[in-house]
Design a protein around this ligand. Structure first.
Ligand code: 0X9
Ligand code: ZN
Length: 315
């Protein structure tokens, strides 16, 4: 099987695809990081770099090996284009990404499986996870639950779309993601952390909790421009880039601020995919392939631009 390019996949279909590549592709290591509230797996796809036999490549490889990228999709249930694009990125990295890039790529295509399933069964526009808040309203906004200035620009009300949860990392979904990211970052020091959402066609750079500039803001802007240019070159789609708190809105407790502040990752972005509001969260499935294509064009160029940099990493 391959990820669908023209229909949104159900969670079961996604799992079927992930298990297929996990069992059949030697470059893929598939792991469950733990379970959601309702007992679904949070899957991590690790794509290992190609171990080239070519002379030279192997030499280059041995000292460049520890480079790593983390990509998170599907943290908001209704943003179906996010997991759809994320799955096609996996397919792209396995099949046509230039083979000599010394990156370990870690991808979580579906960070909020319970919410995603709920958009099929009950409410197409559900955003949060499915925590039982022991009241009339369910769910925590997983992108307000990370332990980074938790509380700012988020709600204490269980019925809110941006309910932050009872405490930082109260949710199994954010807890297992952050634990694995911490563990891997200690070994590999991520070069890039990307959280994929929709909509708006905006590339956001941290912080979301304050307009104070984050470390390496100029670097993030430079490489962000590489993304915008390459994404536009594909089909003319215009993505803009803004600082989250300055140009989008204040909100803390998101993946990006946590990665920037707690992991110290140099390149951290939240990418809001298509469109600019015509369809919004219900982006038609016939735009999956073109959206994915512009994203991988942009990402390939961005990764190429990041690759030669020597960044300090732990031993
Ligand atoms: O509000 C969000 O969580 C994201 N936008 S969305 O419309 N997909 O919900 C943006 C998150 C940006 N990052 C921070 N606010 N830290
Ligand atoms: Zn979102």
């Amino acid at each position: 099987p391959v990820p669908s390019k023209d229909a949104y996949m159900t969670f079961k279909e996604i799992e079927y695809y992930l298990k297929h590549i996990g069992n059949n592709n030697p470059r893929v290591e598939l792991r469950s990081l733990g379970k959601s509230h309702e007992g679904r797996d949070i899957w991590l796809v690790h794509i290992k770099p190609v171990t080239s036999k070519r002379v030279g490549a192997r030499i280059a490889f041995s000292h460049m090996r520890k480079r790593a990228i983390w990509i998170e999709g599907g943290i908001h249930a209704r943003e179906r284009i996010s997991p759809a694009v994320t799955l096609l990125l996996i397919d792209h990295f396995l099949n046509d990404f230039p083979q000599d890039k010394p990156f370990d790529i870690y991808i979580v295509p579906m960070a909020n499986p319970d919410g995603y399933v709920y958009t099929w069964t009950n409410d197409r526009l559900w955003r949060k996870n499915r925590r039982n808040n022991a009241g009339s309203c369910e769910g925590v906004d997983l992108n307000r639950n990370w332990d980074a200035h938790w509380g700012v620009g988020a709600s204490t009300q269980t019925c809110s779309e941006v309910y932050r949860g009872p405490s930082p990392f109260s949710e199994p979904e954010t807890k297992v993601l952050s634990e694995e990211m911490t563990r891997l970052n200690n070994q590999l020091n991520f070069d890039l952390v990307l959280s994929i959402h929709n909509y708006g066609q905006v590339l956001l750079y941290p912080y979301g909790w304050t307009t104070n500039p984050a470390p390496h803001t100029e670097d993030m802007k430079k490489k962000g421009n590489v993304f915008l240019k390459a994404a536009k070159a594909h089909a003319g789609t215009v993505y803009t880039m803004v600082n989250t708190a300055g140009g989008f809105y204040y909100a803390a407790g998101a993946t990006d601020d946590w990665a920037k502040e707690k992991l110290g990752t140099r390149y951290v972005y939240t990418l809001e995919l298509r469109d600019k509001g015509r369809y919004g969260f219900t982006l038609p499935a016939n735009q999956i392939l073109s959206t994915a294509t512009e994203v991988w064009q942009g990402l390939d160029m961005m990764i190429n631009a990041i690759a030669p940099e020597k960044t300090a990493r732990p031993n």
